[in-house]
Ligand binder design. Structure first.
Ligand SMILES: [Zn+2]
Length: 280
């Protein structure tokens, strides 16, 4: 069985937690060898830590996500520093910039319920502080970006960055920006949602990602694959939001190998080397 690596998920999420025992069995059955599990706010970091204590293949990652930036506690940075000092396996994420939340998200979007939507300058300050922490400890940082690609490039060009690199998860930016991001140390993870033939720009962009910067991810429980590709299902949330099963990582590898016209074993070998270089 090929060893597979999920560069970005949220296995501790409340929509996966009730299924954890059978998820773990399903992940073992598809050959999962490593997964970066991302906390998004100090309130969920203990759940990420609990998974890391239970499963050796979990890479625990801690950060303040742009959606949670507006509700962060006053001592968030001290909490993050304490966690990094206490946990040698800890990495940084999910952090980043999000203009969609400000410009396009509906006022009643359930994913943003109860959250104060921090303006971009406030997001940038919190993002930059976390990048500086990643740089000081040379830890991989996992970055979220929606609708803020120019601001992201500007920020990364002036920020201190970890020498080992950083991940642009579910990269959906312009193909022309892959090279400048790569020059700064970026890796790019392909999400299963990009298998949708309608996602033409993302699919085309990944043909231009340097092979030594390519990673694969589910973002589970978010970003469900189309049913054509999906191999594992979970019940929808009560509001009908689909819940992505993390064992769909195998289907993402298969679909990406097909899209890139590469044999699956060669892709898996490349992705394993990339994952270990960045995260281990
Ligand atoms: Zn995420």
């Amino acid at each position: 069985m090929l060893p597979l690596y999920d560069a970005h998920n949220h296995l501790h999420d409340e929509w996966l937690a009730p299924h954890l025992d059978h998820l773990a069995a399903d992940l073992a059955a598809v050959g999962l060898a490593g997964a970066v599990v991302n906390g998004t706010t100090p309130a969920d970091w203990p759940e990420v830590a609990a998974l890391a204590a239970r499963f050796a293949w979990v890479v625990p990652s801690y950060g303040v996500h742009p959606w949670d930036c507006g509700n962060r506690p006053a001592d968030w940075l001290a909490q993050l520093e304490a966690r990094l000092a206490a946990e040698p396996r800890a990495r940084i994420g999910e952090i980043g910039l999000d203009r969609w939340m400000l410009d396009r998200a509906k006022p009643d979007d359930p994913r943003l319920a109860g959250l104060r939507r921090a303006p971009l300058d406030e997001q940038t300050e919190v993002f930059t502080q976390q990048l500086a922490l990643a740089a000081r400890r040379n830890l991989a940082a996992s970055v979220h970006c929606i609708d803020a690609w120019g601001a992201l490039l500007d920020t990364l060009r002036t920020a201190r960055l970890p020498a080992r690199g950083f991940l642009l998860h579910a990269y959906a930016g312009p193909v022309e920006m892959i090279s400048p991001f790569a020059d700064l140390g970026a890796y790019f993870s392909f999400n299963g949602a990009f298998l949708d033939p309608k996602r033409t720009s993302q699919r085309a962009a990944f043909a231009s990602v340097p092979p030594d910067r390519l990673l694969v991810e589910t973002d589970a429980p978010a970003m469900t694959l189309r049913s054509h590709w999906r191999t594992h299902d979970l019940p929808d949330r009560p509001d009908a939001t689909p819940v992505n099963h993390p064992a769909n990582i195998a289907a993402v590898y298969t679909g990406l190998a097909d899209h890139l016209g590469q044999p699956l074993p060669a892709l898996a070998t490349q992705v394993e080397a990339n994952f270990k270089r960045l995260f281990q």
